[in-house]
Design a protein around this ligand. Structure first.
Ligand code: BDR
Ligand code: CA
Length: 318
């Protein structure tokens, strides 16, 4: 199985991502870092522990990370994810506690201890990841790839052009992009497209199995990508984890990406250079120093919906 670590701000769709990661036989979830984003970090820790308990995976270590972005103030998304940051589903409080070390320390330990290089999957603002890369740069030698949910080639959600995770901590995202490891950007362009049909959501909600039932209730919540007209629900962050389990459903192009750090209406935008190359940049005398990122431009939504349902409902994953 591929060793993975998720860093999240659970979060309706982060919860869907965790459920998938613990159930997919091709993934070995080694640890989970928590960061402020959708809600404050202590609530993120509680939500994460509860989800792992409901999923039947209480042994996975969970650590508390940054309580605010590097420079920006904390700006939560309770309007999207509810008062408790996870859809106000009335879930029980967790029985477990987070590990006794902070998320940066846990991530470093688990990355370096892994017998095979780890795929890191941030589904949240990148504060913990930026701190990890700056504090312990040696971790990059055992990171296979960072697949992050964040950014947008086209339209944003937090602002007209900025996606929430990058907008929340743009400096941290800029640190990630220059990490010197292979990076996949699973941005809004594909994130928005993976929607579970209403009938499947209904079936999951009727399931007596706690993990599948929770997935159904989360999908039925009006999370970040839910249709207004019926009971279908977006996989959101979980799509990024599906793409690690089954990369063939995602089409990426290697392109220069830069985060706009300037104050003003475009702060937090991921500026993706889609001009044909080589040529145009040199023509204009620009230095070609932006990092190259594998940007997700297309996705097979049906493939990932099927994979998600098969995995979370317990059937053999395709
Ligand atoms: C991202 O923002 C959060 O609200 C979601 O959990 C997702 O990670 C989408 O912009
Ligand atoms: Ca998230």
């Amino acid at each position: 199985a591929t060793p993975v670590i998720i860093d999240c701000d659970t979060g309706v769709d982060d919860a869907l991502a965790l459920l998938f990661a613990v159930r997919h036989p091709g993934l070995e979830l080694r640890a989970v870092g928590c960061v402020a984003g959708n809600t404050d970090v202590d609530q993120v820790v509680r939500n994460t522990l509860t989800v792992l308990e409901q999923a039947g995976a209480p042994e996975i270590p969970v650590a508390r990370g940054a309580e605010r972005p590097l420079i920006e103030p904390l700006r939560t998304a309770h309007h999207v994810h509810g008062r408790d940051g996870m859809g106000d589903l009335g879930l029980p409080a967790p029985r477990r506690r987070p590990v006794g070390v902070d998320a940066v320390t846990l991530l470093r330990r688990e990355i370096l201890a892994s017998p095979r290089p780890v795929t890191l999957i941030p589904t949240a603002p990148l504060t913990n990841i930026a701190l990890l890369l700056r504090t312990h740069p040696e971790v990059t030698r055992n990171i296979e790839r960072i697949v992050f949910m964040g950014g947008a080639v086209a339209t944003g959600n937090a602002t007209a052009v900025a996606e929430f995770n990058v907008w929340h901590d743009p400096e941290a995202a800029a640190v990630l992009l220059t990490a010197g490891v292979p990076i996949t950007m699973y941005g809004l362009d594909v994130f928005r497209r993976v929607i579970v049909p209403a009938d499947d959501v209904r079936r999951l909600r009727e399931s007596a199995e706690p993990g599948a039932n929770l997935a159904g209730r989360l999908l039925a919540h009006r999370g970040p990508v839910t249709s207004e007209k019926d009971a279908s629900g977006g996989l959101g962050d979980a799509g990024a984890v599906c793409s690690v389990a089954d990369p063939a459903g995602l089409t990426t192009h290697r392109l220069p990406v830069e985060v706009n750090l300037a104050p003003g209406p475009a702060r937090g935008q991921t500026v993706v250079d889609r001009r044909p190359r080589p040529g145009e940049a040199e023509l204009h005398g620009e230095a070609r120093e932006q990092p190259l990122v594998d940007v997700a431009l297309d996705i097979d939504p049906d493939r990932y919906v099927k994979l998600y349902l098969a995995t979370v409902e317990g059937a053999t994953a395709s």
